[in-house]
Design a protein around this ligand. Sequence first.
Ligand SMILES: [Ca+2]
Length: 210
Amino acid sequence: MKRFAFFFLLLALFVLANPVFAAVIEIEAENYSAYGGAENIQNVAEASAGQIYGMKPADEFTAQETWVGHDFTVDAAGTYAVEVHYSASGNRFAEMFMDNTPVDYITFADTGAWTTFSSFVREVELGAGSHTLKFQAPSDYNNDTIKTPNLDKFVISFVEAAETEAPEPVTEPAPPEAVTTPAAPQTSDIAFGVVALMVIAGIAVRRKSR
Ligand SMILES: [Ca+2]
C-alpha cells in the first residue's frame, strides 16, 4: 500500500510540474467580458449552458462596430488550441483576434440550423498572463450581405510549451597577434663591434706600456 502511495505522489508531482496537464479553460460565449453593437444573449436549449451570444449590429446593418470579447488567463507561455463552438444558418463570417492581433477571417460553415452546433480550432501563441479573445464582424460586412454567427462556447487548451531561444554561439577569441622577434644583429655589425673593441684594447695596451 505504501508503494502505491509513493507512486501516486510521484504521479501528482509530475502532473503539477508539467504544463501539458494545465487546466483546460472553458468560456461560455454568453459570459462575455465586453461587446460592441447590440448585446444579444439568447436561450437555446441545445447550446452549452443553454445560451448563445449572437453577434448583432446595433442598427442591423452597420456591423463594423459589432464585436464581442472574452478575457482569460493562462499560467504558461506556449501554443494553445482555441476551439470555437457556434451555430450558423447559412455560411456566416467574423474576424478572430487575440489581444487585438488578427488570427483569421473565419467562415463559420453552415451548421444547417441555429439549434445545430459545430466547432473549429485555431492555434495561437500565448504568453503567460491575461488575454482577450475577440470576434468582430468583418470589415466588408455591408447592408446585411455578410452575416455573423451565433457563438456558443470556447475551449482553450495547452498544446506545447513556448520554444526557449537557443543561446548565442560562443565566439572564439581571436588568436593573439604573432610576436615579432627583434631582428638579429647583422654580421657586419658584430664584426664592426669586435674591431672597435680590439682597437680600444690596443690603445689601452699601448698607453700602459709607455
Ligand atoms: Ca453557451
